[in-house]
Design a protein around this ligand. Structure first.
Ligand SMILES: Nc1ncnc2c1ncn2[C@@H]1O[C@H](COP(=O)(O)OP(=O)(O)OP(=O)(O)O)[C@@H](O)[C@H]1O
Length: 320
């Protein structure tokens, strides 16, 4: 039966998602370890974290592809454990899962049309909606091609378009731009920015800090099943121990002993595999001294980023 988007029982004022002590175990392994968060309507909220942090599992609980093992989860004001949940929530929520589950044997348009029919649209309505979404996804010229002939970026855009068929006011996207080249990623970001302008609630996961910083109003940084910080991008970056970072390259080998007094002038130092990060209030004098005294270790200055926040909170880089 097609979902009924006009269900009167949903509370329009309730947060898009409310989680308290949310938990998911796989046997003995705790994938999501009692997390709390609240996502407002119209907000773009991102879960940022490394592989295995528990982001996808959290998303799957929200769109009901995974059971909840503990705590409370409300989506659009409905308790995830309630019997009404599935039909009502699925009507209100567009889901773009991580795995590509397009029908590769049929055309781009047909992939959309099948879902239009599922939502009970007439042929004329379905055609109109397909045209709108092909335009939105920049796939008009590909509409009659089989999906197997699309690039990875085009497939991703088609999956996003498919998630929008019912004009959901809440859209969940699991890693919307993973594996895309910079141009394809930019296209996806532009599409998501348009949804944001229309006040659609966006909930996404990513391990790209630039994506999180660029798109999200608020970000929950996840690590090992926990939320280690949740704030606006600027609020998170302001938590860094210093606003500027000097990166010293280790490409030509480790730092010599006489580097130590320079490192001691930084507020905080992080040693990574290929570089050393020095967190400072103002970099000018120290960079000058480093360049003069450590010519084999080029220094680059940048502003503190979400990656630095992650490093400071967890002791590891996002890519680890
Ligand atoms: N069905 C499953 N059975 C057993 N363990 C699982 C299952 N699904 C996920 N896990 C484990 O739960 C942990 C969290 O996985 P999850 O996919 O939520 O992480 P993630 O943050 O989304 O990572 P990624 O960025 O790689 O998608 C991982 O250690 C994963 O191996």
């Amino acid at each position: 039966m097609p979902p009924d988007a006009s269900s009167p029982t949903l509370n329009e004022k309730a947060p898009a998602v409310l989680a308290r002590g949310l938990r998911r175990n796989f046997g003995e392994f705790v994938a999501v370890d009692g997390i709390d968060f609240e996502i407002e309507r119209g907000e773009c909220f991102g879960f940022l974290g490394p592989n295995g942090a528990g982001k996808t599992t959290t998303m799957r609980m929200i769109y009901r592809a995974s059971p909840v093992d503990g705590g409370q989860l409300e989506v659009l004001g409905l308790d995830a454990a309630s019997g009404d949940f599935d039909r009502q929530i699925k009507a209100q929520m567009g889901v773009v899962a991580q795995e590509d589950n397009l029908d590769t044997e049929t055309t781009v348009r047909e992939n959309l049309r099948v879902f239009c029919r599922f939502y009970g649209m007439s042929t004329a309505e379905a055609n109109r909606r397909c045209d709108e979404l092909l335009e939105f996804a920049g796939l008009v010229e590909k509409s009659d091609q089989r999906v197997q002939a699309l690039s990875g970026g085009m497939k991703r855009r088609l999956m996003i378009a498919r998630g929008l068929i019912s004009r959901p006011r809440n859209v969940i996207l699991d890693e919307p731009s993973t594996g895309l080249d910079p141009r394809a990623r930019q296209n996806v970001w532009d599409g998501l920015a348009r949804l944001r302008e229309d006040n659609v609630t966006l909930v996404l996961t990513t391990h790209y800090m630039d994506e999180a910083e660029r798109l999200c109003d608020r970000i929950a940084i996840m690590d090992q099943g926990r939320i280690v910080a949740c704030d606006t991008p600027t609020g998170l970056i302001a938590r860094c121990s210093a606003p500027q970072v000097i990166e010293l390259s280790l490409r030509r080998g480790p730092l010599p002993d006489h580097a130590r007094p320079f490192l001691e002038r930084a507020q905080r130092v992080e040693h990574l595999r290929d570089r050393v990060l020095l967190y400072v209030e103002s970099p000018e004098a120290l960079v000058g001294d480093l360049t003069k005294n450590l010519p084999d270790h080029p220094a680059m200055v940048r502003r503190a980023s979400l990656e630095d926040v992650f490093l400071e909170l967890t002791g590891r880089g996002l890519e680890d």
